[in-house]
Design a protein around this ligand. Structure first.
Ligand SMILES: Nc1ncnc2c1ncn2[C@@H]1O[C@H](COP(=O)(O)OP(=O)(O)OP(=O)(O)O)[C@@H](O)[C@H]1O
Length: 463
């Protein structure tokens, strides 16, 4: 176009604008203005973006995880700068995009552009607020595909991600921290604990009872819905240290292919944070509180709360500091955690508490519906011993010393952990291993006899 033509086009536009302004009614003028704006946006700013952040108020944003899984196999072919990632204990590595890298996906002929961003963000307005990494995906596409993206593409990405995740599924161990650098409530590692129900040395009858109970539980989705109960089951594992409570939890996770959430109650600020932690757990998971009797120091807490109520002016700073360093989770908070409304959100969950001292626990915590099954893991009996002998030395139960060991186990108290330790010392030589174990049991028996004799003599002297 030459200058002369451009001049006449501009003159025509000015002329038209004057006519529109002077002769058309205001409603028609407004409608034309709106239409012009729309056309301008359509042709010159046609793209819209959807932002998917990793975290939303401390919770992991599930679509973010799904997109990450969906894009992982695609990004190697498209992005220019990639990150190679392999989790601790993880079976395989994955690629992810570095910040500001782009990837184009084609869905039913529609081009969709994904960009990954990673920026530094402050957790609050205060000068001392922590900085954390804010990671998010940006999806850009032409606005004419708005409907196809929300109604068809996003559901497709989520379904594909679920299938990929099932294929590459690895069990996770989640632990709660005060706050990590991504501002997440839980952080995770790949779980690869070797304990299985097969290797666990407990009475075979108890083992098959646990197996049946778990199998019944996971297959009863409709039953739970039908009777109006949330799909969860509570186990209390109790018994002396070293009898296999932690090993049983890992064995259950391996049996069901569930993730474990290891909840450290002492680092939970208060009941509301406890609720947040629980609502952010996923289905097919086991929520574990180990040594529940040590996690809840209700006596100290009551004293602290009382002190706070009675605080004098000038003491506030000290009391507040205490409140931040000591958990304010209460028994009612824990009871709510076990059977509150949160537990009805989503799929199946198992809750396991462990303790060495069941008698110290509040009966309210132990009632059925909260802790449905109480499992005592106790000292090593002969059946459990045979499993350990097989695990560590490949002994199938036939050994000249078996009978003596069996008799010794009837009278002495020894934990499976102690037997396991003895076997570890000489597992290459089954005969030596059996001799070592028998020797140890006989020593324990002698000490027990001594102390019984001493008590008897003492009673005789007293009387
Ligand atoms: N029943 C068992 N079967 C097989 N191994 C066991 C068993 N009990 C203990 N062990 C061995 O002893 C170690 C410690 O056991 P574990 O941590 O499971 O005991 P625990 O009852 O949880 O102890 P604590 O009460 O101190 O937490 C395990 O790593 C395992 O090797």
């Amino acid at each position: 176009m030459d200058w002369q033509s451009l001049g006449s086009v501009l003159a025509s536009i000015v002329f038209l604008r004057e006519i529109l302004h002077n002769y058309l009614p205001p409603q028609v003028r407004d409608a034309i203005n709106r239409l012009t704006k729309k056309l301008f946006t359509f042709f010159f700013h046609p793209n819209i973006s959807i932002i998917v952040e990793e975290n939303a108020s401390g919770h992991t944003n599930e679509p973010y995880e799904a997109i990450q899984t969906y894009l992982a196999p695609k990004c190697y072919a498209s992005a220019n700068v990639l990150k190679l990632w392999k989790g601790k204990n993880s079976r395989s590595h994955t690629f992810s995009m570095d910040s500001h890298q782009k990837l184009t996906d084609l869905y039913k002929g529609v081009p969709l552009q994904w960009t990954f961003h990673c920026t530094q963000k402050k957790s609050g307005d205060q000068p001392y607020s922590q900085t954390y990494e804010n990671r998010y995906f940006e999806l850009s596409f032409h606005r004419k595909y708005r409907d196809i993206v929300s109604n068809s593409y996003i559901p497709y990405v989520i379904t594909e991600a679920e299938q990929l995740a099932m294929k590459n599924r690895e069990m996770k161990l989640y632990v709660n921290k005060i706050s990590d650098r991504y501002n997440r409530l839980w952080s995770s590692v790949t779980l690869s604990h070797p304990s299985t129900l097969h290797t666990l040395a407990i009475d075979p009858k108890l083992k098959s009872e646990i197996k049946d109970d778990l199998t019944r539980f996971v297959n009863r989705k409709e039953f739970y819905r039908g009777v109006g109960r949330s799909w969860k089951r509570g186990y209390l594992l109790y018994g002396p240290p070293g009898t296999g409570k932690t090993s049983l939890i890992a064995a259950i996770a391996n049996f069901l292919d569930f993730d474990i959430y290891d909840l450290e109650l002492r680092t939970v600020r208060d009941n509301s944070q406890l609720r947040e932690l629980l609502t952010s757990t996923k289905s097919k998971s086991i929520i574990v509180v180990e040594d529940i009797d040590c996690s809840l120091d209700l006596t100290n807490r009551r004293v602290m709360e009382k002190e706070k109520r009675e605080e004098k002016p000038g003491q506030r700073e000290k009391t507040d500091e205490a409140a931040f360093t000591t958990s304010l989770v209460s028994l009612s908070g824990v009871l709510n955690f076990v059977d509150g409304l949160w537990s009805s959100c989503g799929g199946e969950r198992i809750m396991i508490f462990t303790t060495n001292h069941k008698e110290n626990l509040d009966p309210a915590l132990l009632r059925p519906g909260r802790m449905d099954k109480h499992i005592l893991l106790s000292y090593c009996e002969f059946e459990a011993f045979k499993i350990l002998a097989n695990n560590y030395c490949g002994l199938s139960g036939e050994h000249p010393l078996m009978k003596e060991v069996e008799e010794a186990l009837r009278v002495v108290q020894v934990t499976p952990a102690e037997i396991a330790e003895l076997f570890m010392g000489s597992c290459d030589d089954p005969d030596l291993a059996m001799e070592t174990v028998l020797e140890d049991l006989q020593k324990r028996q002698a000490i027990k006899n001594e102390s019984l004799k001493f008590n008897l003599d003492f009673e005789i002297l007293r009387s």
